[in-house]
Write a protein that binds this ligand. Structure first.
Ligand code: BTN
Length: 272
């Protein structure tokens, strides 16, 4: 009986609350935020990519479930209902965001900071922007852009496994915040709010100073450093991941020769 109740509690989380999330935001007063929550949507990123964005305004789309959740490299992001976080933030930038590698790393850092600030959870990052706990992925980031009248329409998409405890469709090792911290009472409204506040605080700094400013912080969370990796571009299995550069690209040692790769070019696996 006890087990049954626990299981029901697991799959019956409190619904996301728009007013609560907005009230918990800690933002610079010049910024305008519109926040929408959907019970079901194709993809929060796709929705915001279609929407007109404006400068200094942040359109936020959150969903309890996605029917066509998008992952990196054209993969599907499994998005079952009511258990996780599917969050996208859209805005229009005057600046050309040429260092997208570095930018997606910053968003991963922001999520780690939010988790540490409110729950003391110490998540790590697998370059460029996979979120890891105890060696397993629990979250990912998909940044999408399009040019509109010489400005950049930017959509930042974040997917986090929060309460999910089973999913037969994920074909890689995965975990969730609940699996790794079963005693913690995680509140998705609070976590979403903290993530948005962290991102909106850092975005103007990033646009001025670039990834270089965050490089040291990233290195503390970089799980690839000095690990043997398999890299999609290289047939050699003698590859070691080193540090990252000021633009967010990654240095590798392939057969003793130093190479530099950017996130769009490669996929990397840690060798067991
Ligand atoms: C990855 O492959 O690691 C990136 C996953 C990104 C998933 C999020 S969920 C919210 C947003 N909407 C999407 O369709 N994808 C992103």
């Amino acid at each position: 009986m006890g087990i049954l109740l626990l299981h029901m509690k697991d799959v019956n989380q409190k619904r996301l609350n728009q007013e609560k999330i907005v009230s918990l935001l800690n933002l610079n007063k010049n910024l305008k935020v519109n926040l929408e929550i959907f019970n079901q949507i194709d993809s929060t990123n796709s929705y915001l990519l279609k929407k007109e964005q404006s400068v200094n305004t942040f359109n936020i789309c959150i969903a309890e479930m996605q029917t066509k959740g998008k992952g990196r490299s054209g993969k599907v992001w499994e998005s079952p209902k009511n258990n996780n976080i599917y969050l996208s933030i859209g805005t229009l930038l005057n600046e050309d965001l040429s260092e997208l590698d570095g930018f997606s790393i910053l968003i991963a850092l922001n999520v780690c900071r939010a988790l540490k600030n409110i729950y003391k959870i110490r998540a790590k990052v697998k370059w460029p922007n996979d979120l890891y706990l105890k060696g397993k992925k629990f979250g990912g980031i998909l940044i999408e852009t399009k040019v509109v009248n010489n400005k950049l329409s930017l959509v930042i998409g974040i997917g986090l496994n929060v309460f999910m405890t089973s999913n037969e469709f994920i074909n890689q090792e995965w975990t969730s915040l609940h699996i790794e911290n079963p005693l913690l009472k995680i509140n998705r409204d609070l976590l979403i709010s903290e993530i948005i506040s962290e991102i909106l605080k850092d975005l103007p700094i990033f646009l001025k100073k670039g990834f270089k400013f965050y490089k040291k912080d990233f290195e503390k969370l970089n799980i690839l450093k000095n690990k043997k990796v398999t890299v999609s571009n290289y047939s050699s299995s003698n590859c070691i991941a080193l540090d990252v550069n000021d633009d967010g690209s990654l240095n590798l040692l392939v057969d003793e020769i130093k190479k530099k790769v950017s996130s769009g070019e490669v996929s990397l696996k840690i060798q067991k």
